[in-house]
Design a protein around this ligand. Structure first.
Ligand code: MG
Length: 251
């Protein structure tokens, strides 16, 4: 199932993407319960929004060995977590605003977990029962400010620095998905989620032993090697096997 959130004539709805490409409106939402209607939209009639409204976005640093090496950082023995504010969310096809404070803004393609249940202290074994599914994310980062500040809040938190979408895909095995990033159509990152140091179950278990996770919360699971800078006018596209393609423009 592919859930999405969209705007049509100033109203915000959830929907399901059907096999034939049309969007079927649902009443309610996929987190707390819904019913499917017979109201159908074509993709070009609607504006896609970030597919959920998280209370927090938890992100993982250095979760692919080769990415840690390219940043000349040591390989962690436990997941390194940080937060991005919900105010940094951006939907599919939205504009990433290049901040005046930075001279190096990088893309980072990432698999994002979308929570469904409120959970605390969940085991790794139970973790996948508590999620709605997965979506694509771009953990946009002001790399110069990340290095300068020594901690990552400013570098990761500018408005529009957390594009997610286009859909939340349920019933997909996250362990071996091709994950890519295209900059102006040219491939820049290409890996598999099988190369994560800490897999999806480990991450959910670990984080839920620190903080309560709520429905719609997002966990960005880290980026593979090949991160690099964008400039104004660029098109960046995160592509994950079985989930879809998340395209944004730098402005
Ligand atoms: Mg990242």
């Amino acid at each position: 199932m592919k859930f999405l959130k969209f705007r049509y004539e100033n109203k915000i709805n959830f929907g399901i993407l059907e096999e034939n490409g049309v969007v079927k409106k649902i009443n309610g939402n996929p987190f707390y319960g819904y019913s499917v209607t017979n109201i159908v939209f074509l993709p070009n009639e609607i504006e896609l929004l970030p597919p959920c409204s998280p209370s927090k976005i938890i992100a993982i640093g250095l979760n692919y060995i080769d990415h840690a090496k390219e940043l000349k950082m040591s390989i962690p023995d436990e997941p390194i977590i940080f937060l991005k504010p919900p105010s940094s969310l951006l939907g599919p096809e939205g504009q990433i605003i290049y901040p005046e404070m930075s001279n190096q803004v990088d893309y980072e393609t990432e698999l994002a977990i979308v929570m469904k249940d409120e959970v605390k202290n969940i085991s790794e074994e139970e973790s996948l029962n508590c999620i709605l599914g997965f979506t694509c994310a771009n953990d946009v980062t002001a790399r110069d400010l990340q290095k300068k500040d020594g901690q990552w809040t400013r570098a990761k938190s500018f408005d529009t620095f957390s594009p997610i979408g286009p859909y939340i895909v349920t019933d997909i095995n996250p362990d071996n998905l091709k994950i890519e990033l295209f900059l102006n159509g040219e491939i820049k990152q290409s890996s598999s989620t099988s190369n994560m140091i800490f897999n999806v179950r480990r991450l959910i278990g670990f984080i839920s032993n620190i903080m309560t996770l709520y429905p719609e919360d997002i966990i960005m699971t880290g980026t593979p090697p090949g991160v690099g800078p964008v400039k104004k006018g660029d098109t960046v596209e995160v592509k994950i096997e079985g989930i879809g393609s998340l395209r944004n423009y730098v402005n």
